[in-house]
Structure formats: structure tokens, C-alpha cells
Ligand binder design. Sequence first.
Ligand code: CP
Ligand code: NVA
Length: 330
Amino acid sequence: MTVNLKGRSFLTLMDYSPEEIRYLLDLAAKLKKDRAAGVFGDSLRGRNVLLLFEKTSTRTRSAFEVGATQEGGSVTFLDNRNSQFGKKESIEDSAKVFGRIYDAIEYRGFEQSVVEDLAKHSGVPVYNGLTDVDHPTQILADLMTLEEHIDKPLGDMKVVFCGDTRNNMSYAWMYGCAKMGMTFVAYGPPELAPDQAVLDRVAPVCAQTGAKVTFSSDIADIAGADAVYTDIWASMGEEAQIPDRVKLLSPYKVTDGLLEATGNPDVLFMHCLPAFHDFETEMARGQYELGYDIREVTDEVFRSARSVVFDEAENRMHTIKAVMVATIGR
Ligand code: CP
Ligand code: NVA
């Protein structure tokens, strides 16, 4: 089957078939190899991509900017403080304007309906750079990282997501694992269990691919994990919930002991970043002074040989470049 993604949006992995995800991962691996050899394409020459951010970003923005530039394209960065977006005109009107000017739009913000509306009204591919309920470009980078480090097919791998299992990363993992036939355990407190609607959404995909996606608060269920993944306990916009989250999630902090409970001496530690693993940041220090230790992973684990977090960060660029090349490349 030939895969052709020209003109497609990338709003969630649920919209993509396993073959299409495979195609993006293979393209990313090729682009990574080319870059290491100093070979850069020009498939995005003359292409202009809008980067629209309603939440902050380090990796995603950098990946889009450098990825587009390396392929000969250009980007415009807009946020909601320095544009009319979301304030003085409807999303529909903004989308129509962007569609007249840009070849594609990356959006990071709150509701998933905004990326959907941008795609509906702009007429150009829209890329989800993170919403409250999904982060599909991160999963592409993470799948690529797993394949680089573990010598078996994705379909034979087990990923455990530890922490706030109702967040965008946990849901994005459920979609990615369901599509690629993987085993996924969302491991966290019952109070932060995934929405049943999300589990119901992936169930028919799992039935097709042989994936297993489950929620558990029982540490026995992390046994056999190939990778343990975590994320900050209070996502962007949820900072007021830090006291509650620390109470609920402290038992799920990723420690050497937790990794040992997987029974896999080679288990990888993964994190989308940014991470709280020490008190070097103003936020972690400030919260600690208020009595809240918000570190979701110990410094030892974060800096250990099994931590592949910076490979994931680098792979954001190769995978995001692949998404742009596949959808709007010449
Ligand atoms: N992982 C990730 O999306 O990082 P940024 O928030 O820095 O873009
Ligand atoms: N769950 C985090 C992911 C950051 C990449 C957040 O939404 O803030």
C-alpha cells in the first residue's frame, strides 16, 4: 500500500492508520540520518507554516522552526498576546485568514475543538502541537525513541505511564499504543483515572491491532514494562491544583524502586519534558518552600543511563519535520 499524506492534518493519532504512522516514523528516521550526514532537502521551499501558541513551549516550537528551516521552509510565530487570535475575531475568521496566507498551521492551546475548527475552516493542514487532551507529535518522537533503544517491534512493547493518567500525554499514549498494537498501562490513583470515554474510544482499535490499553493503581501491573513514562503532575493551566496533585501522585513518583518493580533491568525512563526532578527551577523551589514536593521523578532516575529523555527531545525535531514534509512537502 502506498501512503500519501499530502494535504492531511495531524490532529490526533486516532485519525491515522498504523501504516501511516509507520510511514512517518520511517521518514523521520531517514531525515535524522540525512541530517547527521549533512544532507538537507528543500521539500518545504516556498512553504510558510504558522506556529500559533496559546500555551508556552520550548521543544515543540523549536522543532517546528528548525525542522521547517532545514527543509527550506519558513515559519511565523504568533501567540495570543501579540495577535488578535481568540480575542477580537472568531476562530473561523482567523482560520480563513490563515488559510489564505499559510500552507499549514501548527496550534498549541486548550480545547481539541480549536485544532478541529482551524482544520475545518482554513483549508490547509493543521498540526496539533498539544491540547488539553492530546499531544500526538510527542508520541511520534517517543515511538521513534523506543525503536532506537529497544530491539523488538513496537507491537511487542509495553509502556507504563505513571501519574496523572487523565492528562494529554496519557491519552496521546493510549491512542499511539492502540494504533501500533502495543501494551499500555496507565498507572495512577483512581481519583485521576482516565475518562471512560477515552478507553471506549480506543477499545475498537485495540480489538483490531491486538493492543492492550488499561488503567491500574496496582504496582503489580507495571511488571514487564519496556519503558516507564511520566509527566508533570499539574499540566499547563492546572497550577492551582498542585496541592491536591502532590497528595494524590506522590506514591507514583518515578524512583529506582518503582523501576525495579517492572522486573526489567533494562527498563527505559521516558518523559516528554519539561520535568521537575530537582529544585533548580523557580517553580519547584517555590512550591517546596510552600510544603509541596512537585518532583514527579527523582534526580537519580532522570540522570541515569536508562533515561532517554534528551533523545526524545531531539526526536521531536525529526518527527515534526517528517509530518511537515509528508503533508506539505514538494
Ligand atoms: N514536550 C513538549 O511538548 O515540550 P514543550 O512544551 O517545551 O514544547
Ligand atoms: N502534560 C503537560 C505536557 C507538556 C509537554 C502539559 O500539558 O503541560
